[in-house]
Design a protein around this ligand. Structure first.
Ligand SMILES: Nc1nc2[nH]c(S[C@@H](C(=O)O)c3ccccc3)nc2c(=O)[nH]1
Length: 277
């Protein structure tokens, strides 16, 4: 498929792989944890990513740090909605990273072009919240919950189990009346996986795309699967993350979710020039 339907935008998937820039609007991602500075920060960061060539911006109001408690819907709304209103005039597709139906509903009304749900729209009311819109939907695999997912991830066959989970979620969504053209899938690197599980999934992204016949979104940027291999802390994972992004694309991912937009855009351009037939 060449197009991912995302609200106001039809994302073309047959060109350069798309770069989704990460924009955290959680207090722990600002220096002072303040909301106002947060909005100013969000706007300037978004404009910087756009100048750097980002294709879409993923706005997240709840830190999914392993072991982190869930944030109340109202709190998440208070973080996300001002950012959405400020960013939606920038003319770039906006994705909202949330599991909560209440946040999905408001985000869509405020013009979100995609809902990025690490919980694969399993919360009660999540499907109903997105069904009557045309926003894009990112369906991600997670084993367990952010609170406990990294305690002891176990699979018989991680690739098989992730594919079957995603297939079941997509089939359920399509059966509920959601258009396939709105859906992309994501193996959920770091969400209930060991380092080995993550690399098995990365090596088999092509199989995931093949069996589900859906675009794959990959989010490895600065994650522990990168850190474990290079032995570097999160602020020194740029080179590793670029290699991860290129590996994802080489294995068939069409969207990469990253922190370092300018560097990833450059890396993808060179990769494309080197592989275009
Ligand atoms: N679709 C999609 N959405 C995502 N949201 C995130 S949060 C992640 C991070 O490191 O950004 C993270 C994980 C754990 C703690 C903090 C932050 N990761 C993905 C992903 O891999 N795919």
């Amino acid at each position: 498929r060449e197009i991912l339907k995302c609200g106001r935008f039809d994302l073309k998937l047959d060109g350069l792989p798309l770069v989704m820039g990460i924009l955290n609007v959680t207090p722990d991602s600002f220096s002072d944890g303040g909301r106002y500075q947060g909005l100013e920060f969000a706007l300037s960061r978004a404009e910087e990513m756009i100048a750097d060539g980002v294709d879409m911006i993923d706005v997240g109001g709840e830190s999914t740090r392993p072991g982190s408690p869930s944030v109340p819907a109202l709190e998440e709304l208070q973080r996300v909605m001002p950012a959405l209103y400020a960013l939606r005039e920038l003319g770039k597709p906006l994705s909202v990273d949330t599991c909560k139906p209440e946040v999905m509903r408001e985000a869509i009304l405020a013009g979100a072009d995609m809902i990025n749900d690490i919980n694969a729209f399993r919360a009660p009311g999540a499907l109903e919240a997105v069904i009557d819109s045309d926003c894009g939907l990112c369906v991600m695999h997670m084993q367990g919950t952010p609170q406990h997912m990294q305690e002891q991830p176990v699979y018989q066959d991680v690739v098989r189990e992730v594919i079957e989970f995603l297939r079941e979620r997509v089939d359920t969504m399509v059966a509920a009346g959601i258009e396939r053209a709105r859906i992309c899938v994501d193996p959920g690197f770091g969400f209930g996986k060991t380092i080995e599980h993550n690399y098995a999934l990365l090596r088999h992204l092509g199989q995931i795309r093949q069996e589900l016949a859906l675009p794959v979104l990959a989010g490895l940027s600065r994650k522990s699967m990168i850190g474990a291999v290079i032995g570097k802390p999160v602020e020194q994972r740029l080179a590793g993350s670029l290699a991860g992004a290129l590996a994802s694309v080489a294995h068939g991912a069409r969207i990469v979710r990253v922190h370092d937009v300018a560097e990833t855009v450059d890396a993808l351009k060179v990769w494309r020039a080197a592989t275009a037939d």
